[in-house]
Design a protein around this ligand. Sequence first.
Ligand SMILES: CC(C)(COP(=O)(O)OP(=O)(O)OC[C@H]1O[C@@H](n2cnc3c(N)ncnc32)[C@H](O)[C@@H]1OP(=O)(O)O)[C@@H](O)C(=O)NCCC(=O)NCCS
Length: 373
Amino acid sequence: MTMSEIHIAGTGIWYPDEIISNDEIVNSFNTYVDNFNKDNQDKINNGELLPLEYSSSAFIEKASGIKNRRVIDKKNILDINKMMPCVKHEDESRLSIHAVAGINAAKKAMKQANVSASDIDGVILGTSHAARNYPSVAIEIQNELGIDGYAYDMLVGCSSTTFAINNAYSDIASGLAKNILVINPEISTPFVNYTKRDIHFIFGDGCVATIVTNQKNSDNCYKILDRKLITKFSNNIRSDWSYLVRAADDEKSIEDLLFYQNGNSVFKEVCPMVAEFITNQLSDNNIQPNEISKFWLHQANARMVNLIVSKVIGTDDFDTSLAPLPIQEFGNLASAGSMFAFNLHNDLETGDKGIICSFGAGYSVCSIIVEKL
Ligand SMILES: CC(C)(COP(=O)(O)OP(=O)(O)OC[C@H]1O[C@@H](n2cnc3c(N)ncnc32)[C@H](O)[C@@H]1OP(=O)(O)O)[C@@H](O)C(=O)NCCC(=O)NCCS
């Protein structure tokens, strides 16, 4: 139930300049495979080791919809002697990598929402991977932008963005704040294992920022009609990297601590769960599925987006503009994907309704129904 009029009044996105195409990522991976199989020829021949198999651009596009991804360090990701971006340790002498991306996106969101730093009461930063433990990057950004009030970081995997928007809504509805800046940096490439065939192609880097407010200072306002959240524990998407690594006395390599997933199980479990979730939310709000002009869904896989939308609206015969797919050009942007879609495909008319919905690690799902003012 909507307690007061609360809006998404502006969004901004940041993404790196460098682009890696499917052919480029596959070339690098397949060269790694050739080298690995050559170096381990004896073990492979006597059955001790299985040879690695090639990746392919055709598979990637068909299985995921991804054509390109934006990354912070193309050269080192593609270099088969490195196969990861090069970054610097977090250090007090410079801004966090998340803060740099966040400030960039935040300034655009603030401009679109027509708010300045002095209007903002709080900064909520949600991400899948914290750059450090503390101080909160949100507080660093708050300081850098000259914002009063409070700021904090939160982690909810692929739903960090929508859950953060939800927290902003709750703070505004309860009277704690009027304007909140939500920031979602997803610098994912450092945790991708580029030597793994089933995941080397998935992620890109990017950041989105959103102004949530009870004011109407912008001509790009979307009223939040309803929010619905659910979590259900699953080990199918995990990243075990943590501060405990230094003290752990059982054996795990760094590779074992990176992102991994049972992609196929995620696909099979999450699609029906999300389709039912959205269907129930629409019914609870007396909204017919065909009243939804835009589905800004989590960008993990184009087939997942299309399957969920077709289950909700009851047909797979729909215009692609109904459910935008920035994943094609940006890759999976973890929690930032649904709001990237919102930012890039924002052409609704007054009174039109849309759904922003994330789903992923946790599992975690958050669906937000909005109406263009
Ligand atoms: C990851 C994902 C794209 C893989 O697609 P998929 O169709 O499920 O692929 P599968 O893992 O079932 O593999 C299908 C086949 O392709 C092969 N394959 C896997 N990766 C490949 C690659 N890079 N190139 C060529 N073939 C590949 C597999 O070995 C398998 O072969 P087999 O049928 O002979 O066993 C897909 O499962 C997905 O996106 N899932 C959801 C992920 C998600 O939401 N994650 C949340 C994180 S934010």
